[in-house]
Design a protein around this ligand. Sequence first.
Ligand code: NAP
Length: 310
Amino acid sequence: MTKKYDVIVIGAGPAGMTAALYASRAELSVLMLDRGIYGGQMNNTAEIENYPGFKSILGPDLSKEMYDSSTQFGVEYGYGEVTGIEVKGDERIVKAGDEEYIGSAVIIGSGSEYRKLGVPGEEDFAGRGVSYCAVCDGAFFKGEDVIVVGGGDSAIQEATYLANLAKTVTVIHRRSELRAQKILQERAFDRDNINFIWDSNVEEIQGDDKKVNQVKIKNNQTGEEKVVPAAGVFIYVGILPLTNAFKNVGITDDAGWIDTNDLMETKVPGIFAVGDVRKKHLRQITTAVGDGGIAGQGVFDYVESLKAKK
Ligand code: NAP
């Protein structure tokens, strides 16, 4: 039997969880679906120190705190890999595997995933030295030499985390200047065991039949090629929106991000989007939570307006 809800929230990251909290506290019936464990990208983050209320908190711990508070007003939480949304009059039908759920409204907070580098060896050595999650895999590289690729907040924050475990961390960045926030840069520069290789691109990740042992790089200014030995390669070269399932609804831009107005409404009535999946300037837990609050309140007004129409 297809179940009906006032609101279906897709994704249980900080944005989705906050939207679910606001909507359920306004006494709407809420289903929150996620294809994995709640928390989203927070689960891949070791230390969070820019979420007010906590001087410093581990990502998985903040995920649990948010989950407990967001579900206290009766949110139904379930597993679901959402494959599409159908718009049928005032119904928004969410498809997840063999299941279909009907909502008066949908809030999309499906987030993003790490972009792949796209070089030879990356796929072959995934899980055998190539990783996109220092918190998950860093412990496998205790006392070893590792490489971090990228120059943004993720690369530099995770390089500093890895420096606590690995013997050395070599950051390979394609320019001579980092994109990461200054405070993260300073912390990385202060560490004796973090080295930087500038203006360089990874050409290939190489290893034996078991695991990674070196990376071939090329300086994009001089053309010089060299090999850097390493047991692990952590790739942080940006993020991509997780929106394939929503392309048919016509709410994504050419790059796949979802456009909304200030009220988190997409151009389809009754479909809202929150958090990293939105086209936005600053992707942070704080901004995700802000989006969630706005959408959770907005969806109440939307559902009330539907009831008034009947
Ligand atoms: P990002 O900010 O897009 O940075 C991606 C980095 O990868 C850039 O340095 C970029 O180089 C490099 N890059 C991109 N494509 C590449 C390629 N093909 N080859 C080599 N290098 C490549 O992504 P992010 O660091 O994952 O961060 C995503 C979002 O989450 C950002 O909004 C960030 O602020 C936020 N975030 C915040 C925190 C925090 O506040 N503590 C922590 C993590 C993430 P260029 O610099 O040359 O473009």
